[in-house]
Design a protein around this ligand. Structure first.
Ligand code: ZN
Length: 245
């Protein structure tokens, strides 16, 4: 089975469409939250995800956009973007976000935005944090986002090792448990501006093992930046798309 793993799309339709164009042969698409916030096209992104049959979870920006998560934890730019998003989303987008679970589980997969221990807010940014989270989910694999940094934390001989999700890298998953982050579609922060996503090969003839491959795809950053300016979104959020920071 081929599973597309997308996270942190952040209302960047141009980035999502560039990724979507490469996903003709996947069996499922999982989306790890922060569908909206920062970017200029929240309604269009949600319509695209509905067409794709995406299995999504709730992120902190998604919750804040519909009033379910306290935006006082956001920095001023993020809060300004959420206030715009809250005013811009239509009924379809609002009800889509309102029905998203914080944790989604199916077969060998658990999906969250932040971490299994704290699905909305925790950043898994170290082997130690990953190790502490292993006891908070029961499946073989956990898909997570929130940091916007592509990576794999994999259990090996009782320890947790980290593999960076460099473009084109494939991390094999054989037997041991792992936590997997595909990076961000709509606002990469690893210094590369191209949209990030991953494809997980899992199950089928090789039950209990597989591999995660990290991909980058160029998209029309100018278009997204122009729309953000038109909507009065904060300049710093517009600029960072160019640098992937
Ligand atoms: Zn995010």
């Amino acid at each position: 089975m081929r599973i597309a793993v997308l996270s942190d799309i952040h209302a960047n339709l141009a980035a999502l469409e560039a990724v979507r164009a490469e996903l003709a042969d996947v069996d499922e698409t999982w989306v790890l939250g922060d569908i909206v916030g920062y970017g200029p096209e929240p309604n269009e992104v949600i319509t695209a995800l509905q067409e794709m049959g995406a299995r999504s979870v709730l992120g902190n920006h998604d919750g804040a956009a519909i009033g379910g998560v306290d935006p006082s934890y956001f920095n001023p730019d993020a809060r300004a973007a959420i206030e715009w998003t809250a005013s811009a989303i239509d009924d379809n987008a609002r009800s889509y976000l309102a029905t998203l679970p914080e944790v989604r589980r199916d077969g060998d997969l658990t999906a969250v935005h932040g971490s299994p221990r704290d699905p909305i807010w925790e950043y898994v940014t170290s082997r130690g944090i990953a190790a502490a989270n292993l006891e908070h989910f029961e499946t073989r694999l956990c898909l997570f986002g929130h940091t916007h940094l592509p990576t794999v934390y994999r259990v090996a001989e009782g320890d947790v090792e980290q593999h960076l999700g460099l473009p084109g890298a494939t991390v094999t998953l054989t037997g041991e448990r792992a936590m997997l982050n595909p990076g961000s579609v709509g606002q990469p922060r690893d210094g590369l501006p191209d949209a990030a996503y991953a494809v997980l090969e899992w199950g089928g003839e090789t039950a209990g093992s597989g591999a995660m491959t990290f991909h980058r795809v160029r998209y029309d950053i100018d278009r997204t930046q122009r729309l953000m300016r038109e909507r009065g979104l904060p300049a710093r959020l517009v600029e960072r798309l160019r640098y992937g920071r």
